[in-house]
Design a protein around this ligand. Structure first.
Ligand code: UGA
Length: 441
């Protein structure tokens, strides 16, 4: 099938390459000429494990092209909208300007029978609005939310947990003839994952849009729940990692996404829960989501607590102290620094008078662009030279595996704050380190 993918960021670039690898003819479109040039040359414009290999695999087939010209979307039967919906400056709401401009640019190039499939995370009601604006074009709209995780984006796209189609429905919630046609196209796009037994939920627009924000809100709540327990653990001398293990054995709870620490960041969870609260307010049901304020507050408190712990292990003050921050990305296996808890903590400590050096295996370039005043180093050992305190903020495998003695050999003081609860306290203490963590004695 001929497919266009509008927006080639973390979501769109992976979607475009994955669809081509499934055998479709794909054109990826983006307004950023630099990004398009790199993708056209077969290079991933950001760090995502597996994407370079996937681009290499499909580049020889001729099935994947890239363009900055929306006219090149013409001729595709299905157009995936994959542009970003960041938080609006100074507000909780989502900024829909990229969705708006992509949709308006695309509209003149649509032919009768085409389907526009929305993947961007949007406030509920957006799909209904876009669908109404297709009246008279003969094209229709489907909402097909995306659940990929950065770091596992290729795997999540090719082998998703589930597929969700939000289709035009009649008053009884049954897909219209247009809805059935859109479903047939989507089934063809996803023929391979569907044949592997991927569960499919076919529903209306509102439900499909809500599924996405509900999922991210649940995940954020799970993380903040365990981080609230970490606060209780800190007050009582209990160990939140053992607590998570113990409650996680209950299949109804599950151990995944119960890792206490510095909390969630990134381009999705923080802004999605805020946009969801804002939308609930507009719909007159803000009370339903008031708990998300607490989820957000717990999450932000972890960053403050992390700085407090660094101060505690630095004899009560970080002023003039050398602090090494291991990690800049919002999570391991990504170079994404959007709303990164690691960088937020690094910047806070710098503002409070510490001399901060940050290192990250992939995200230094992005971090430097955002926080040019921080000092950066290429490796942990380089970053930790003469450090008074080391802060582990992103749990990259190479930081989890650090040898306490090797790192101890370069620092000025053996003091470490484990912001992700991934180090073995016994081993670090045995090597003479003062070890502190969030929610652990
Ligand atoms: C998240 C969702 O997990 C995806 O399903 C969704 O598609 C995506 O947002 C999106 O909306 O596009 P992602 O932002 O890539 O994916 O990252 P996650 O793996 O969800 O991690 C988010 C944050 O939570 C990270 O900062 C991570 O360090 C933190 N986290 C995660 C914890 O603090 N504890 C945990 O147990 C798990």
């Amino acid at each position: 099938m001929r497919i266009s993918v509008i927006g080639c960021g973390y979501l769109g670039a992976v979607h475009a390459a994955s669809m081509a690898s499934l055998g479709h003819d794909v054109v990826g479109i983006d307004v950023d000429p630099d990004k398009i040039a790199r993708l056209a040359a077969g290079t991933a414009p950001f760090y995502e494990p597996g994407l370079p290999e996937l681009l290499a695999e499909v580049s020889g087939t001729g099935r994947l092209t890239f363009s900055t010209d929306m006219a090149d979307a013409a001729g595709a039967q299905i157009h995936f909208l994959c542009v970003g919906t960041p938080q609006k400056h100074g507000e909780f709401r989502a900024d829909l300007s990229y969705v708006e401009s992509a949709f308006e640019d695309l509209r003149p190039h649509l032919a009768a029978g085409d389907v526009v499939a929305g993947k961007s995370t949007v406030p509920v009601g957006t799909a209904e609005d876009l669908a109404a604006r297709l009246t008279g074009t003969g094209a229709s709209l489907a909402w097909n939310p995306e659940f990929l995780r950065e770091g596992f984006a290729v795997q999540d796209t090719l082998h998703p947990d589930r597929l969700v189609y939000g289709l035009p429905t009649d008053d009884e919630g049954v897909p219209t003839a247009e809805g059935d046609a859109a479903r047939a196209l989507l089934d063809e796009v996803y023929a391979t994952p569907l044949s592997e037994g991927t569960p499919l939920v076919v529903t209306d627009y509102a439900t499909a849009q809500l599924v996405k924000v509900a999922a991210n809100s649940f995940l954020a709540t799970k993380i903040s729940f365990i981080n609230a327990m970490a606060e209780l653990c800190e007050a009582t001398g209990a160990d939140v990692t053992r607590l998570a293990d113990a409650i996680g054995y209950d299949a109804r709870i599950g151990r995944r996404f119960l890792n206490a620490g510095l909390g969630f960041g990134g381009g999705c969870l923080p802004k999605d829960i805020r946009a969801f609260m804002a939308r609930a307010g507009e719909l007159g049901v803000d009370q339903a989501l008031s708990f998300l304020r607490e989820v957000d507050a717990i999450n932000m408190r972890r960053r403050v607590r992390m700085v407090d712990l660094a101060r505690e292990v630095s004899a009560g003050s970080i002023v003039g102290k050398r602090v090494t921050v291991l990690g800049a990305a919002f999570k391991p296996d990504s170079d994404d620094v959007r709303d990164s808890p690691a960088l937020s903590v690094a910047a806070q400590m710098q503002l409070q008078g510490a001399h901060v050096t940050v290192t990250d295996p992939q995200a230094v370039e992005n971090a430097r662009a955002k926080w040019p005043d921080l000092k950066y180093a290429a490796t942990a050992l380089e970053a930790a030279q003469g450090a008074d305190v080391v802060v582990l903020a992103t749990e990259w495998a190479e930081y989890r595996d650090l040898d306490p003695d090797a790192l101890g050999g370069v620092v000025a003081h053996r003091a470490i704050v484990d912001g992700r609860n991934v180090l073995d306290p016994k081993a670090w203490r045995a090597a003479g380190w003062t070890y502190r963590a969030l929610g652990r004695p």
